[in-house]
Design a protein around this ligand. Structure first.
Ligand code: FES
Length: 98
């Protein structure tokens, strides 16, 4: 298990390491868009990882290519559907495009 903190709500959840960040967020009930159901095609699940980036799965080519096409991407950007949670606590900021 690890701890997932979600901004802007500020709520904290216990989530299983080794699962997808999108799946974990959906299970918490937080509002996260996922129009392509996790195929790295829509970009709707774009969020910022504010803390704990190092313990997450690395960005793969398919995610990198999609991020390149999204406006407003920064160094903290990830696609939630492509992130696998690690053992370290993570703080993510939802961007509210639901
Ligand atoms: S759900 Fe579409 S890119 Fe993540």
């Amino acid at each position: 298990m690890t701890t997932l903190t979600v901004l802007p709500s500020g709520k904290t959840y216990d989530v299983a390491a080794g699962t997808s960040l999108l799946k974990a967020l959906l299970e918490t009930g937080e509002a996260i868009a996922h129009k392509c159901d996790g195929k790295a095609e829509c970009g709707a699940c774009h969020l910022f990882v504010q803390e704990g980036r190092k313990s997450l799965s690395k960005i793969q080519r398919v995610e990198n290519e999609k991020l390149d096409s999204i406006v407003g991407v920064g160094s903290k950007s990830r696609l939630a559907c492509q992130v696998v949670l690690g053992e370290e606590p993570v703080t993510v900021e939802l961007l509210g495009f639901v």
